[in-house]
Design a protein around this ligand. Structure first.
Ligand code: PHE
Length: 334
């Protein structure tokens, strides 16, 4: 009877202990077999009660082993569903921002610090916003400067070749003072090589107010290059854009800095980084801004070209291949 109480109180969640318990009571040399073997020696008048008790013990032991096994199995199943909750977690892989986004965000920050906001527009444009309003009428030869993708069914609709189109839209909807930069994707029907791609990114800037001069443009460029590249040795080369007059190309000096600087640099050390100029009065007129009252400057740069310079990347196609070994090198707070 004491054994029955012990059996009923027994608890465990270990498979080993369940088996030891089974052997102790129900095994060949177990307690129950001992009792059965000693049955003969029990005096006749006690046989009935003795028999009933060991039968009760047998039943209790069998029931206990069955219950413990079932409990173990259900624990096993839970593990199957939830996994082993005590295992350490899988490490989380932290992604990196795309280098084009990093440089774009840096440029935005530099210009927002001097009061420029960010404007955006559609990648699919009409002829007016991409060309005509920018002083590039229909048969103007300068349209060939930017090989254009047209939408086959409609010659008036095209993929924008620059984000100057966004500036036209901005001027149409806002009167000066205007200080805005327009980052975005642009498209040109060009052969793909290590230096150029048919899709790339630009940031263009526009500043219009009373009495804006070329000196303001130059100071802005000096500030910008100093902030982004940490140096502002730049030069302006006279150039031509239909929407600016005068126009210039901006070069940054990327050559040797001192007599002890032994980096290998190619050419003269001057690298072109952007185009700029004073907004042509015709463009202001096209956008309902009075050129007798206002003047302004504009500039535009390719983000890929700047990123290639900053990170010393030799092939523009790397930006679009989504190779994780390339992308994961750009961990940045921008
Ligand atoms: N829109 C010109 C380009 O895409 C860049 C530019 C912008 C030049 C503004 C001058 C002024 O090449």
């Amino acid at each position: 009877k004491q054994h029955i109480a012990e059996v009923e109180a027994f608890k465990t969640e270990s498979a080993k202990e369940v088996e030891a318990f089974r052997i102790k009571y129900l095994g060949k040399k177990g307690i129950l077999n001992d009792f059965f073997a000693s049955f003969k020696q029990v005096p006749n008048e006690q046989k009935k009660e003795f028999g009933q008790t060991i039968n009760a013990l047998k039943k209790a032991s069998e029931a206990k082993v069955a219950a413990l096994k079932e409990n173990l199995e259900s624990k096993q199943e839970e593990k199957g569903i939830y996994g082993d909750l005590s295992r350490p977690g899988e490490p989380i892989e932290i992604g990196a921002r795309h280098p084009i986004s990093i440089v774009k965000n840096q440029i935005i920050e530099i210009f927002s610090n001097i009061g420029f906001n960010v404007s955006e527009g559609p990648e699919m444009e009409d002829d007016w916003h991409n060309f005509t309003a920018l002083n590039l009428p229909e048969y103007h030869p300068a349209r060939d400067m930017q090989d254009t993708f047209f939408i086959q069914t409609d010659p008036d609709i095209l993929l924008r070749t620059h984000t100057s189109s966004v500036q036209v839209r901005y001027m149409e909807n806002n009167q000066p003072p205007i200080r805005t930069i327009s980052p975005g994707r642009v498209f040109r029907n060009e052969a793909i090589s290590s230096r150029s791609h048919c899709i790339f990114h630009q940031v263009e800037g526009l500043y219009i107010d009373k009495n804006v001069s070329f000196a303001d443009l130059k100071q802005t460029l000096l500030y910008f290059t100093k902030q982004l590249f940490g140096k502002s040795k730049i030069r302006l080369r006279p150039s031509y854009f239909p929407f600016t007059e005068p126009s210039a190309e901006v070069d940054i000096y990327w050559g040797l800095e001192t007599e002890t600087d032994y980096r290998i640099t190619k050419g003269t050390g001057w690298l072109e980084i952007m185009g700029c100029g004073m907004v042509d009065p015709n463009v202001l007129k096209n956008c309902n801004i009075d050129p007798t009252e206002y003047s302004g400057f504009a500039f535009g740069m390719g983000i890929e070209r700047i990123a290639m310079l900053l990170y010393q990347i030799g092939d523009i196609r790397m930006f679009y291949e989504n190779d994780i070994r390339f992308l994961e090198q750009f961990k940045s707070s921008f």
